[in-house]
Every structure is written in structure tokens, then in C-alpha cells.
Design a protein around this ligand. Sequence first.
Ligand code: C2O
Ligand code: CU
Length: 495
Amino acid sequence: MNLESISRRDFVVFGGAASLALIAGCTSDSPGGAGSADGSASDTVDPSLRADVVATYRAEPLELDLAGRIVRTAGYSAMVPGDALRATAGDLVEVTVVNALDEATSIHWHGLAIFNSMDGVPGLTQGDIEPDASFTYRFVVPDAGTYWFHPHHGLQLDRGLMAPLIVEDPAEPLAADVEYTLTLDDWLDGTGTTPDAEFAALRHMGGMSMDDMGAMTMASSPLLGGDAGDVQYPYHLINGHPIDDPLTLLPAPRAGQRVRLRIINAGADTAYRFAIGGHRMTVTHTDGFPIEPVVADAILIGMGERYDVTIDIQSGAWPIVALAEGKDLTAGAIIRTADVITSALPELGRPLAEHSGVWLRYSDLRATEAASLELPASSEIREVPLRLTGGMMRYDWGIDGRSYGEHEPIEVAQGEWIRLAIRNDSKMWHPVHLHGHTPQLSSQRFGVRKDTVNMLPGQSVDLIFQADNPGSWMLHCHNAYHLESGMATVVTYTA
Ligand code: C2O
Ligand code: CU
């Protein structure tokens, strides 16, 4: 076998903790070996293999303290966000989800190219995990990077059900003295409303006048090409903390140390413009995959996107501020070096100078050589055109004018190269997410790899990937309310 012909399956076999025996029930490299005729992959990891990482997450009701205001919500094992799951690339991970909610749930491992049967989409890749039931996910994590997980069930991710998933690189090339994970989240659950109530209100807006709608939300941002979001949130959190009770990152870094931040937008309807007072950031990764380092003052992060950055921290107590883009509120945290003993807190409630500095654009991003795809001639890449459709008035977000359930699956053949040519025909921006693959954005050499891509109104993007991971994979908008209204389709492998 030469290097070019190493498929993902082979990688999983060789990259895993064990041996060739890792893959059970898979005898051929053909897609037929991976699934049944309906395209639902049934591959699983050999149950007799011992996992490298074992964890249990209980999806359960809980109370969250928002600067003294207690809200009832749901989360994983008494924490919002859930405790980070950490593994090393190649590890076999075994996570049991215990459902202590009063409704069904699931977990989707956002950004990981794992077996389809472990992707966590009820009705597509598995059944519901019913109340009082549990389900064990077993998969080999293929790639290092910053990922996260959340249910693929209704609007549960707009409650407290989400957590970071950090995959270490066994040969980490990035030198950092200390690292922190920051989970950004828009919050309303339990504050006199719920995600389900908000969704019902959005759905009933059809026929309302613009004036009525203005009372609900008229979030707007030039960076997002107009309408910034559909839902007004009273709180924006970093690692579960509002700005009135901010998190100070611990353990404190020492002045002069190189700090790595892994930033995850776990929000449902909010893009964040992220910056750190007094520092420019060196951006090293997006959506888990490495890029040629690029310096920026601010980063716009859509729902589902991740960025890793480093800073060489100067002595001081510095504000970390994520502007809820177009929504006039902020999320914030503090990073204070160990030599500083002041109790004076930096201001977190307003934009920093850095927010109006140089902000990172997709055109600034280039994959590292190791992360870039070897594209074939463009004639060998099949174009699949798609349009993002729908609007606020009818709340009928969809793909090609259809909502999930009436969608036309995108059929691909194993090994085929695909270019999803997506055009945003709606009047609002959408973060588009593909499961099970990390496509390259644009057909340029060293095009950045991203699993979640912000698309502004009227914009077109190309997402290029090789169909190398059989199964049925969702392609959807990561605005939770748009997804719930049906803005989703499925990429499915034919035999
Ligand atoms: Cu975070 Cu279907 O994804
Ligand atoms: Cu959307």
C-alpha cells in the first residue's frame, strides 16, 4: 500500500491504539463493507478492545447560577458547559450517555470524522436515547484539535448540554506553556423563557408586520451582512459565567508565557467577535485543523466554529471580551498573570480597542502543508450545487427550498471528489456545518480545512472533500433555530 492509497479506514486501523483487529465487521474497503443498502453505515469498533479514554456524561436537569440568578436548565453531570473530554489522536474513546432528562437525547461529536453509526443523529445514524436509557459511543478519534459535543435533538444545545472535546496531538508542534479552553454561549434558558418557547414565537411570526418583529429582535451587523440573529439573549457566557461574575483563568499564567486559547462558539444564534485586551492573537488552528499562523486583533466566530490562538502574555489583568455580534451585549473573562495582585477587574461590558482592529477573514487562512488536501484535477471533482433558502417572515429556513424530511439527499460514491457549491440565497447569514468530513474551503492550493463555514447573504462558497467516510451525514445550518426549522440535508454514500 502506498501512502496515497491510505484511506481513512486504514488510518483508523493503523492510527488506533490496537491492531488490525480494531475494525469489526468490516471485511472490504468498498462502501458495501461499511453499511447496509440504505446507506446507513453499521461499522463499529471491535467491542473486545479496551478503550484508552472512558467517560460517562449524565444528561440531567440542573440549576445554573448566573451571577446570583438561579436558572433551571439541563446539562451534563452537574456542569455547564460539561467537563471537557480529553483524548489523544488515535485513542479509542468510550463515552456512555445516561439520559436523566424527561425527553430523548443523543450526542453528536462535532467535527470528528468517525464511523457514521457513532455520529449521534437520531433518525439518521441511531435511534433516540430515551429517558432513563443510556447509550455508549465508541470511536477512534482520528485527528487532533479543538472539537465539542452536543445533542442532535431539538433545541437541547441551546440549554446547557454541550462540552469541549480536546484531542491532543501526540507530536504537538505548537509550543505553549499553558492552555485554556473558552466556551462561548448565548443564554436564555430558565430566564422566564426556554429555547422551545422562543422557537414557537419565531414560528408564529408569519404574518406579523415589520414593527411587531422589530420588538423581538433587530440584531444587525455589517460583518454578518445585515441581520445578525433571530433571538435576543439576556446573557452571554464564557465557560458558564456571565460578565457580572466573570471567570478568571486558572492556574494564572506567568508574565511572558505563551498562552494557548481554544475558543469554541457553542451558541445557538450568536456570532461572537472575540478579542483580548492589550494583545494581538496568533491564530494557529480553525475547526481543529492547523493553519499557517496569522496575526489578528479580533476574530469573528460563528456557531459551531472553533479557533485556537496563542498570545505571549504581558504582566497584567487583561479583559477577554466576546462581543455578541450585532446584539449589543458581551461575554467576558479575565486573564491575569501571577505577578499581579490587584483586585481591580478590567471592564468586560464594552468593546475593546482590539475589536475595531484587524479582524481575521477566511481569505487570510491557509492550511498548513500537512493539513491541506491533495486535490485531483478539477475535472475530477464533481460539482453539487446547493442553495440556502427561506426567511424570517415564514420561518421556513431550508436547503433548495426544502426542509429536512422533504430534503433530497446528496448522493456520493465512495472515493469520489465532491465540490459542494453552496450559495446563500437568503437574506441572512448561516454557519454551514458538514458532519463526518472536514472539507477544504475553495479550490486554491492550501485552502483552509473547515467543518463549519459562515456564509453571508448572497455569498457563495465551495466545500471540497473526498468521499472517504461512508454513511449518511448531515449538512446543516448551525443556527439551532434554523436547523430546528429544517435547514438541513443529508450527504449519503451509495454503494
Ligand atoms: Cu454541531 Cu450537526 O452539529
Ligand atoms: Cu441558518
